[in-house]
Design a protein around this ligand. Sequence first.
Ligand SMILES: *Cc1c(COP(=O)(O)O)cnc(C)c1O
Length: 386
Amino acid sequence: MSQYIPYGRQDVTEDDIDAVIRVLRSDFLTQGPVVPEFESALARFVGARHAVAMNSATSALHAACHALELGPGDVLWTSPNTFVASSNCALYCGASVDFVDIEPDTYNLSVDALRDRLAQAARDGRLPKVVVAVHFAGLSCDMAGIAALAREYGFRVIEDASHAIGATYDGERVGNCRHSDITVFSFHPVKIITTAEGGIATTDDETLKARMEQFRSHGITREPERLEGDSPGAWYYEQQVLGFNYRMTDIHAALGVSQLSRVDEYIEGREQVRARYDEALANLPLQLPAKRESRRSALHLYPVLVDGGDTRRNRLFDELRRRGVGVNLHYIPVYLQPYYRRLGFRPGHCPVAEWYYDRALSLPMFPRILPGEQDRVIRDLGELLA
Ligand SMILES: *Cc1c(COP(=O)(O)O)cnc(C)c1O
């Protein structure tokens, strides 16, 4: 039996390990200098004014919703073709959630569907306060289109760029928040770069940055200019809102600083993997990932759509797994989860997302996949689809 090929895998170098060990030998394992160093390096890399590091992208999404003052009575809209964290963040804040259908080629939130739903919601008096644009598989959404609707209807925008560090839109890095209020990245090991667990929120807005910083540390502040009362002494701090402990440690941040220097190298590696798949799979009955003019995808995933619907896809999925090819499926439409069905969502809500879900298959995609491993994936697919 040949070795199992995972769908994604982290790359950890000796430099990464040295960086982590340096922190372990230092005075501060957490709340030290490496977290701010990671924040500045990342903000510089994406071209945003501020970055607030947290212990996961899930925490960063929660902090982003808090900073945008999402609360009971408010609604957040997002794509159903995402990980559950993109919408759970609204529920944490006591707000409700709805889902807008996707495009049939990029599988990102459809601006046309969004425009139609907004017109209806305006008539019903139920406009969203926040829209979360998820850059699925690493390709940016149509952010100019979403931002134009945000201006027209007065909602705020969070980019869930968990798949998309290093990606570009209109020649600029995703995360500079040109078309959004806040952008969130994930550093889980399957993503483009990793801090083991970790996430970050970028923004150009000083107030949003301050709210997220306070929220990640219990809602506490020590900064003299932010105190509500007079400070009786140097020990003094104030809890002003209900926050959490969502801090990133310096150990994780050191891994992040070290990994950040290789984002472009990783994406170039992924581009080579994509080029080989694109060429080798072109004549099979599969819909291959779309490209978009002036958007560079970070290529987190390589999803293909299998002609013939879910029966054929399911057989292919099981047989590839049996042969040691770690295919996966991104994503089950969030609203089909039992928790969301109990909130009242039903099949049929977003037909394109369900059509996609019945056909999708994510192939192994990571920069250090061996040519022989990729050959095996290609050969197995060819045999099984013949
Ligand atoms: C991975 C992921 C998240 C959650 O990231 P964590 O860092 O694991 O909390 C959120 N949204 C999307 C689209 C993701 O892929």
